[in-house]
Design a protein around this ligand. Structure first.
Ligand code: SF4
Length: 475
């Protein structure tokens, strides 16, 4: 697979809808569309009509997975949906979500954003009990644990199961009669709830997706909270107390979330502008123009230019539709590299000292080619500014940043990275500068920068850790 993006990869977007007066599957479809940036490998929607839960899912973009023919049978009042980037488990059809099973209490479908850090123990426990698993995903472990949990209703079964889940989970769960929105006690991943204009409610990974559905956004689901969307009023309860140290993912601000979303009550667009302003204050640069690496760095570049008093302009034009592709390019196209995704507006950079704003460097394989494009277009100097500190540690809570070996900042100094990518200067925003731009001093996970994980992690675990070559076992 060709991946043109060196930013961290998010893992998923989820949506839950109770819409008694609407075509719920089409609402789920459009809600997922607004979350497509969170995952492009697979998508699925499950709908309940009060008796039967029906599911359609598959590999690909939402527009590739769904069409009017396969949406038509998904009739009902409750729906959940999922768009996936694989974190635990590979990008295979079995790992696509929602997971749906028949339980002794009726049908159950689950969609998950996040990663459990104790998934391997939980998985081994299920297998010991004879529970069969069909995928390598920790989300299936969550589904099977719920199906076998003690309790007279799903609320009780959730309450009895959640204490065993360590790590990141923003879940949407569909039963015959209800959808539930569930958030882990650390608050790693976002989840917001809103009211539909035609009656009913929706919950989604990002408030921007709720607004796409015409919702009045009510608030974020609180860490450790469960919200049931089943009738006119929301039912809300605190299933677990919030963790003493909350650990919202700081990368939602830096890269993942849509700029029109809110995270921790803060406008993502505003925070990104603040990050750019803070960068300009920490590392003033004499230059002629400030350009962003589109799209996520645009607000930060605007903020940088404003604070530095340097004109802002477009430098790169991005082909927004290329993303990740499984079509191998020809050798001559492969040599084009990132030029398949970005073109330079030469007249905006020619003979200029250019400040380039980007959100992150992960493996360090696209910054160099991007800077080369600028130099080939005649840029006199290139100064790369990054809106977060160096990423030197992997994420075990559901963001694909690669392994220690793959992270360039784990084994190279900033000066070595500068030489590797080839620019006149390189500066990363400081940790304290990043937090002051966000306007918070605590409540966030920063483990990929500091190596201080908010919970115990298994350093051996990998994205496809549960996948096994059964042909070699002799079983
Ligand atoms: S390690 Fe980094 S990417 Fe992962 S949850 Fe923490 S802040 Fe987010």
């Amino acid at each position: 697979m060709i991946d043109f993006n060196d930013s961290p990869h998010d893992e998923c977007g989820v949506i839950a809808i109770y819409a008694p007066n609407e075509d719920v599957s089409s609402m789920a479809f459009y809600g997922l569309f607004a979350l497509q940036h969170r995952g492009q490998e697979a998508a699925g929607i499950a709908v309940s009509d009060g008796q039967v839960v029906r599911l359609h899912k598959g590999l690909g973009l939402i527009s590739q997975v769904f069409n009017p023919q396969n949406l038509a049978p998904l009739q009902g009042r409750h729906a959940i949906g999922h768009t996936r980037y694989s974190t635990t488990g590979s990008s295979s059809a079995q790992n696509s979500q929602p997971f749906m099973i028949e339980t002794q209490y009726g049908p159950l479908a689950v969609a998950h954003n996040g990663n459990l850090v104790n998934a391997s123990e939980l998985r081994a426990d299920l297998l010991r009990k004879g529970v069969g698993l069909s995928s390598s995903s920790d989300s299936e472990v969550i589904t099977m644990m719920l199906a076998g949990a003690e309790g007279t209703n799903w609320s009780e079964r959730l309450r009895n199961t959640m204490p065993r889940w360590q790590g990141a989970y923003s879940l949407v769960i569909l039963s015959r009669w209800c959808v539930f929105a569930v958030r882990d006690p650390w608050g790693f991943r976002p989840l917001s709830v809103g009211m539909l204009p035609s009656g009913g409610h929706a919950a989604a990974s990002e408030a921007g997706a709720l607004r796409t559905l015409g919702c009045e956004v009510i608030r974020e689901v609180k860490p450790g909270e469960v919200i049931a969307l089943c009738g006119e009023a929301l039912r809300v309860w605190q299933a677990l107390p919030p963790a003493p140290r909350l650990a919202r993912c700081v990368f939602e601000h830096i890269y993942f979330s849509r700029p029109d979303s809110f995270w921790d009550g803060l406008s993502v667009h505003q925070v990104r502008q603040n990050l750019g302003e803070q960068l300009a204050r920490e590392m003033p640069t004499t230059a002629d123009v400030v350009i962003p690496v589109p799209d996520s760095s645009i607000p930060a570049a605007i903020g940088y230019a404003r604070a530095a008093g340097i004109p802002y302009n477009d430098g790169f034009i991005k082909n927004r539709y290329i993303g990740r592709t499984f079509i191998e390019p020809t050798d001559s196209l492969r040599k084009q590299g990132v030029a398949l995704k970005f073109n330079v507006i030469a007249e905006n950079v020619r003979d200029k000292r250019v400040v380039v704003i980007d959100d992150s460097i992960v493996r360090g394989n696209t910054a160099g080619p991007l800077l080369r494009l600028l130099r080939n277009a005649g840029a006199k100097e290139t100064h790369l500014r990054i809106t977060c500190p160096p990423i030197a540690h992997p994420c075990f809570m559901g963001v694909d940043m690669g392994t220690y070996d793959e992270l360039i900042a784990h084994h190279k100094s900033v000066e070595q990275i500068r030489q590797h990518i080839g620019c006149d200067s390189l500066y990363y925003l400081s940790l304290s500068g990043m937090m002051s731009a966000i306007g918070r001093s605590e409540g966030y996970c920063q483990a990929c920068f500091t190596g201080e994980y908010p919970l115990e992690v298994n350093f051996q675990s990998t994205k496809t850790g549960f996948e096994k070559d059964w042909s070699r076992t002799g079983d």
